[in-house]
Every structure is written in structure tokens, then in C-alpha cells.
Design a protein around this ligand. Structure first.
Ligand SMILES: NCCCC[C@H](N)C(=O)NCC(=O)O
Length: 452
């Protein structure tokens, strides 16, 4: 009797790495727009008369709808109910709409004059666009995490997640390095946003290609495997939020990322103000951060896949984060080369924690609840991504303004850097608790991901 052994499409190395490359490119385009305005802070102040508070409001808009309208949580539920094809396309459309509104505002096509709710119309409309984009890119993020679990579970899961994050961070790196020269070349602060809009169109087309692959993957799955995909139930949310391990990961996530992503928004300005780097070159130093993560996130992901030690990796990352922000806060060595060295260390910390954190979630939460679990973690994280930039903008305007009559720096960044350092300290505390919880519950965070 001939026995037919059915091979899933994801069993093919070429197919699963191709699927990964396609969705990672979509994320690259999303991350480009996420950070494109950061290096433009000094130009926004000079050309559009934005204050640090305006910049802080705009930056915090990223999380408005995700946090207050629970859009991310709905996104996670939609993902678990409707699947990655529908949700991913919806996320791409939201990114495009948000980016178009943001471009129209920064270019002065809408809201060039007047105020809305007491804010400059331009700031309010650019923020609205960014808030819509924020929903899209976050839902795209959880969708892509689920896509990767679908193709890589029991295989090179952490390496794949690391590579996806590394690719996405090329977007952050481009935003840091090319934005100011690009804006100066076209003599327009909005030109880089237009470039992002074009990139997002390409990213959306790329996701359409993935949809074709996803259909083929499902067609290749046995009926038994498809049946395993039980429908999502509301009670799943309660099961997730009753899980202590979930809360520890969510808290570690918000604290760690609050000390990194909002820092990136101000890093170029820090380089100008504390390390006296030329405005046009200042973005290059923070761009080293995502550059380092390009190689290190997959490297640490691979290490986690093969050797385990996920919880320990997160603890080491948190310790490094504290050291880095302390060095940026201290009034020592205000030299560009020192800032560069410290930024490289931050790049290592920023590779360690995500490479272990995201692949640890499927060890704590069952696969059918993963979309919702990632969404809930991103939701908690978005409180930080929304609140911290606004807090730093306000702190800069209120406590850190310097006398600029002799053309010196405009801000003293000591206090903002101490705030970032405090997030690192609490993150370390949570990471230690997570390791203890893992020992108690046996999640297997210290074990390798690859099943022999
Ligand atoms: N600058 C992009 C923000 C994406 C936030 C997203 N919720 C996330 O944390 N993704 C994982 C990562 O490490 O980028």
C-alpha cells in the first residue's frame, strides 16, 4: 500500500524564507515612516515653528487610537478571527491613509493655518495621520508575528523573528540616516514623508504577494492541521490576562521599549545639543543603533533557538540599557565618538531583549490566542510609545531649555536621559521576576526553541 506523506509548504526552506522576506519588507516600509520625522525635529522647529511640545504631541499620536480606542486589541481579535490575509491588507490600507494625511499636513496642503482644539492645525492633522498610521503599523506587526509563527513553529522561530525585526529596522536606519540630507536636497521638510508614501505603496504590493503564498500554504495543510486552528473566543482574552507570565512580558515590553523607541525620536536632537554634532550628520550616530541590530538580532535569535537562555538574555539586555542611558545622562565626554560607542552598546541591548522576548510569547500563550496576546502586549507597550515622547517633549520645554543667545545648545538632555534610565531599572526588576516565574511554571524560556 502506498502511503501518501503530505508535505506542508512551510516544510520547504525556500518557501518559508521567501514568505519571511516578503512580509519583512512590508514592515521595513512601515518602520521607515514611523521614524522619518525624528531627525527632522530641528528643521520642524526652524521651518514650521514647531516647539518640542508640538513634536512630543505629534510623536505620541502614534499610540492614541491604539491605546484609547483599543484599536490594537480589536486588531488582534480580528486577526484571530479573520486570519492574516484580511488583517494584513487592512493594516496596509490604514498605513497608506495615515501616511497620506500626514504628508498633506506637513506639506501644507491641509491645516496650514489656524488651530484645532488649541493645537496648531498642522500639528493636529499631522498627528491624526500618524495616529491612523500607528494603528496600521501595529496591526501589521502582530499580523507578521503570527505569519512567522505559522511558517516557523518548531523550526527556526527566533531566528526568523530576529531577521524580520532586523529587516524592519533597516527602515528605522534609513529614516535616521537619509531623512535630513533628503529633505535638504529637495529643500522641503515634507519630501521624506512623500518618499515613505511611495515605499508604503510598494510594501502593500509586497503583502499582496504574500497573500498568494499564504493561500498555497493553507492548501498544502492537512485537514487535521487546519482543524487545529480553533476559532477565537472572547473567553480567551480572560485566560490571557489571568496569566502572570503574560503580564511580566507585557510590562518588560512597555518599560524596555519606552526607553528605546521614544529615545530614538530625540536621539538626533541629543546629538546636536549634547555632543555638538552638525545637524546634517547628527542622524548618522542614532542610525548605528538599528544598523547594529541588523546583524545582532538574528544572531541572538539563532542563539536562543539553539541554546535557549531566553530569560537570561532579557536580563542582560536590561542591564546594558541602564548603563547606556546613565552614560548619556552623565556630564562626561561630550564627544561624538563617545556618543557613537554608547549608541553601539545600546544597539546590542536593543538586539538582545527583542530577540528573546517575542519568541518567548508562544511558550507562554497557546497558538490560537497568539494574535490577541501579541495585540494585548503591543497595547500595553503603546501606552509607553504614546506617553513617553509627550512627557519628554514637555520636560524639555519646561525644565531643560538653555539660553541660546550666544548660539549654544537649546536643551540640556540630562533629565530626559535620567527618565529613560529609570525605565531600564524597572525593566531589569521585571526581567528577573520573569526568570523566577519561568522556573516556577516551566514555560521553557531557558530552553532552546528548535525541537530535536
Ligand atoms: N518603531 C516601530 C514601532 C513598532 C512597535 C511594535 N509594537 C514593536 O514593538 N515591534 C517589535 C520591534 O522590536 O520592533
Amino acid at each position: 500500500m502506498t502511503e501518501l506523506i503530505q508535505r506542508k509548504l512551510s516544510d520547504s526552506k525556500a518557501a518559508r524564507w521567501t514568505a519571511l522576506a516578503i512580509v519583512a519588507f512590508t514592515m521595513l516600509c512601515g518602520y521607515f515612516l514611523t521614524d522619518v520625522m525624528s531627525p527632522l525635529k530641528p528643521m520642524l522647529e526652524e521651518e514650521l515653528a514647531w516647539t518640542s511640545t508640538d513634536f512630543g504631541i505629534f510623536t505620541s499620536a502614534y499610540g492614541w487610537f491604539n491605546v484609547f480606542f483599543l484599536m490594537l486589541i480589536f486588531g488582534g481579535m480580528i486577526l484571530d478571527k479573520m486570519g492574516v490575509r484580511f488583517t494584513g491588507m487592512g493594516a496596509c490600507c490604514l498605513m497608506l491613509i495615515g501616511c497620506a494625511i500626514k504628508y498633506a499636513a506637513v506639506a501644507g496642503y491641509i491645516g496650514a493655518e489656524g488651530t484645532i482644539f488649541g493645537w496648531k492645525s498642522q500639528v493636529a492633522l499631522a498627528s491624526l495621520g500618524y495616529a491612523i498610521f500607528g494603528v496600521g503599523v501595529e496591526i501589521a506587526g502582530i499580523t507578521v508575528s503570527k505569519v512567522i509563527v505559522k511558517w516557523f513553529k518548531g523550526k527556526e522561530l527566533a531566528l526568523a523573528m530576529g531577521l524580520e525585526m532586523a529587516t524592519a529596522r533597516i527602515g528605522t536606519m534609513l529614516a535616521m540616516a537619509v531623512t535630513v540630507p533628503f529633505a535638504k536636497y529637495f529643500q522641503s521638510v515634507s519630501a521624506p514623508v512623500l518618499l515613505c508614501l511611495i515605499m508604503l505603496c510598494i510594501g502593500t504590493i509586497s503583502y499582496m504577494v504574500y497573500i498568494v503564498m499564504d493561500r498555497k500554504l493553507e492548501a498544502s495543510m492537512s485537514a487535521e492541521e487546519e482543524e487545529k486552528e480553533e476559532p477565537f473566543r472572547m473567553s480567551d482574552v480572560f485566560l490571557i490576562i489571568k496569566n502572570k507570565g503574560f503580564w511580566l512580558i507585557a510590562l518588560l515590553c512597555v518599560l524596555f521599549y519606552s526607553a528605546v523607541f521614544p529615545f530614538i525620536k530625540y536621539a538626533t536632537d541629543l546629538m546636536v545639543n549634547k555632543y555638538h554634532v552638525e545637524q546634517e550628520l547628527a542622524g548618522f550616530i542614532p542610525s548605528l543603533l538599528p544598523l547594529g541590530t541588523l546583524f545582532l538580532t538574528p544572531f541572538f535569535g539563532n542563539l536562543y533557538d539553539r541554546k535557549g537562555k531566553g530569560a537570561t538574555i532579557m536580563i542582560i539586555g536590561a542591564v546594558m540599557l541602564i548603563g547606556v542611558h546613565l552614560l548619556f545622562a552623565l556630564p562626561i565626554l561630550n564627544e561624538w565618538w563617545f556618543a557613537t560607542l554608547v549608541m553601539i552598546v545600546l544597539g546590542i541591548a536593543f538586539s538582545l531583549v527583542p530577540s528573546a522576548m517575542w519568541p518567548s510569547v508562544p511558550k507562554i500563550i497557546p497558538e490560537k490566542q497568539l494574535g490577541t496576546a501579541y495585540a494585548l502586549i503591543f497595547w500595553v507597550q503603546n501606552w509607553g510609545l504614546m506617553g513617553v515622547p509627550a512627557l519628554i517633549g514637555w520636560v524639555l520645554d519646561t525644565y531643560c531649555k538653555l539660553d541660546t543667545t550666544n548660539g549654544g545648545p537649546a536643551y540640556d538632555y540630562t533629565l530626559p536621559m535620567i527618565i529613560f534610565c529609570c525605565f531600564g531599572i524597572v525593566a531589569l526588576f521585571i526581567a528577573v521576576m520573569l526568570k523566577r516565574e519561568d522556573k516556577k511554571k516551566g514555560y521553557g524560556l531557558e530552553l532552546p526553541n528548535i525541537k530535536q
